[in-house]
Design a protein around this ligand. Structure first.
Ligand code: SAM
Length: 227
């Protein structure tokens, strides 16, 4: 497959689903199916396709949005879904090594499993309100924008996005050869900040191998740098 302009799009290898879900995804009975219609979905698709869309004004707006949600974030619908999916991705998509940087770490829902399975984590978030709730031994909170990370080029073994925006240029810049992006949507297609594995592959472009699967209601993709 090629993108318009001739650049190759990585093929996605889909593994069988683990722990198939039952009933309705968390929150849907109460809220309808909000993922695709949520304002954050439009932001997610826009920045993945065109990083120049992300401006200081957008960053301030998104930081304010999550500052307002920070109290009670851990009690939202589906909050418990993400860590299991992160663990499943780490277990089934090949070795993920440090240094680990978690992007949009929020209050740290996915952080303990990263510390436990890989090692110390730089937990990056744009929202000071969310980071104020992140207290995970082994994780260092860092207030920063994932589109301009304070880390050296080619220095990161594993980048993790649990319900987080994708900044493809910055992923390509910071990942070491053989390094991996772990991309997880805790409520799958019902997650506001969600991209399919194919959309992640297309945004990253040539030079990655992508493995994907489902865990319960969650979807995940691991994009490993081939070069
Ligand atoms: C949907 S929340 C997910 C939080 C956590 N990963 C979880 O699953 O509970 C998205 C998080 O990404 C953060 N975020 C959004 N854009 C960001 C950016 N450009 N750089 C760093 N963090 C960002 C938000 O502040 C928010 O904490």
């Amino acid at each position: 497959m090629t993108r318009p302009g001739g650049a190759a799009v990585p093929r996605v290898v889909h593994l069988p689903a683990a722990d198939p879900p039952e009933g309705e995804p968390p929150g849907v009975a109460r809220q309808g199916a909000p993922g695709a219609d949520h304002p954050m979905r439009a932001v997610t698709e826009a920045v993945a396709a065109d990083p120049s869309w992300w401006t200081p004004e957008q960053a301030a707006r998104v930081a304010g949005f999550f500052d307002d949600l920070a109290d009670g974030w851990d009690q939202r619908d589906g909050a418990g879904q993400g860590p299991g999916a992160v663990a499943d991705a780490l277990d089934r998509a090949g070795p993920c090594t440090g240094p680990v940087v978690e992007l949009g770490a929020g209050t740290g829902a996915g952080t303990p499993v990263l510390v436990e399975r890989i090692g110390p984590v730089l937990a990056v978030d744009l929202s000071a309100g969310m980071l104020a709730h992140l207290h995970v031994p082994g994780a260092q909170p860092v207030l920063a924008d994932a589109s301009r990370l304070p880390v050296a080029t080619g220095s990161v073994g594993t980048l993790v996005c649990l319900n987080m925006l994708l900044f493809p240029d910055e992923v390509r810049r910071v990942l070491a050869p053989g390094g991996a992006l772990v991309w997880v949507s805790s409520r799958g297609e019902h997650t506001p900040i969600h991209l399919s594995a194919e959309a992640v592959a297309e945004a990253l472009g040539d030079g990655f191998e992508v493995t994907a699967s489902r865990h319960g209601w969650s979807t995940w993709a691991v994009a490993r740098r081939a070069d």
